[in-house]
Design a protein around this ligand. Structure first.
Ligand SMILES: NC(=O)c1ccc[n+]([C@@H]2O[C@H](COP(=O)([O-])OP(=O)(O)OC[C@H]3O[C@@H](n4cnc5c(N)ncnc54)[C@H](O)[C@@H]3O)[C@@H](O)[C@H]2O)c1
Length: 306
């Protein structure tokens, strides 16, 4: 008996990297999995059906159930057909893991319109399309069941770029911020169906992080525990998808190696109500002391990994 027996999941971008690990993990706990992948290059160009086929085969060889669904998550109709393939093949949809994406890094002064648009499109519109078609299905299902709560989990993929606004990733940081707040809004809405929505912030070695400035941070150690192995990310996705997390919604979970951190909604660092309407001088009287001694955000690439 697996904790996800009888549940149906979609994992987008599951042909390799983190999505592959997540699809294998969900299947190992009993979920039937739709393996979506467009099979792009690391910069989002091109397409191939091979990666999704390979992961379906891996799941089946391990005794699980899976089907491939190609298609671009940021294409409205393709996203609808990925959702349909879960329902048509396995009869339901319970777990929607939005993971597909790519990065096209560069400083703002070097960034082209296409670099910005393509990264926003795959992440923000891609998450929206899949969440929208999933929630449409849940709405109809809930109505048909007289409003009874259903088993629903939305899991989104953000990044440190959202937490820190990484230097050289303005498009990706904006996209991951968009995903985070899209998911918090979805978390409020999907409660009416009995569903939850949360965000995962992974750190792992994949083709996205095994080159360029990231390679040194994420490299595999010659010996000892491999902190950035992508396999460490599977269990948090399975946990959020499981009955254990029925009341967990609207949270951000950061995971790497043996670490897990939970972030809640942004908290105020200063919360002050003035006696009188604001003037520049009274603003200075409150904010001046608050910011005294605090440094502006650093002009540095370094990711604080601790
Ligand atoms: N690797 C990390 O440390 C890290 C950190 C933070 C966030 N992330 C996020 O994790 C997710 C997975 O990244 P990864 O590191 O496994 O990268 P990856 O390149 O190994 O895998 C991404 C997969 O998404 C697929 N894909 C790309 N565009 C698609 C589209 N339009 N429709 C369907 N599939 C598409 C690709 O074909 C690829 O198989 C991404 O959202 C990424 O931003 C990764």
């Amino acid at each position: 008996m697996g904790v996800l027996d009888g549940k149906v999941a979609i994992v987008t971008g599951a042909g390799q990297g983190l999505g592959r690990v997540e699809a294998l993990e969900l299947a190992s706990h009993g979920a039937s999995v739709v393996v979506n992948d467009l099979g792009t290059a690391a910069d989002g160009t091109g397409s191939s059906e091979d990666p999704a086929h390979r992961v379906v085969k891996e799941i089946e060889e391990a005794g699980g159930k899976a089907v491939a669904a190609f298609g671009d998550v940021s294409d409205w109709e393709a996203a609808r057909s990925i959702v349909r393939s879960a329902v048509d093949t396995f009869g339901d949809l319970n777990i929607m893991v939005n993971n597909a994406g790519f990065s096209r890094d560069g400083m703002i002064v070097k960034m082209t319109e296409d670099m910005f648009d393509s990264v926003l499109r795959v992440h923000v519109k891609g998450h929206f399309c899949m969440i929208k078609h999933t929630m449409d299905f849940w709405r109809e299902k809930s109505k048909a069941d007289g409003g009874a709560p259903l088993y629903g989990r939305l899991i989104s993929t953000a990044s440190d770029a959202f937490l820190m606004g990484n230097l050289g990733q303005p498009n990706y940081a904006a996209a991951k911020g968009g995903i985070t707040f899209l998911t918090l809004s979805a978390a409020r809405e999907c409660q009416r169906f009995g569903a939850t929505a949360n965000v995962v912030l992974p750190r792992a070695r994949t083709r996205m992080t095994d080159s360029g400035p990231w390679a040194a941070i994420f490299q595999k150690p010659e010996e000892g525990f491999d902190t950035f192995a992508p396999e460490h990310i599977g269990p948090v996705v399975a946990w959020l998808a499981s009955p254990h997390a029925a009341n967990v919604s609207g949270n951000l979970l950061q995971v790497w190696g043996k670490h897990v951190r939970v972030f809640e909604r942004p908290q105020a660092a200063l919360d002050h109500e003035n006696d009188e309407p604001w003037t520049l001088e009274s603003m200075q009287a409150v904010l001046g002391p608050f910011f005294e001694g605090k440094k502006p955000i650093e002009d540095s690439f370094a990711l604080p990994m601790a």
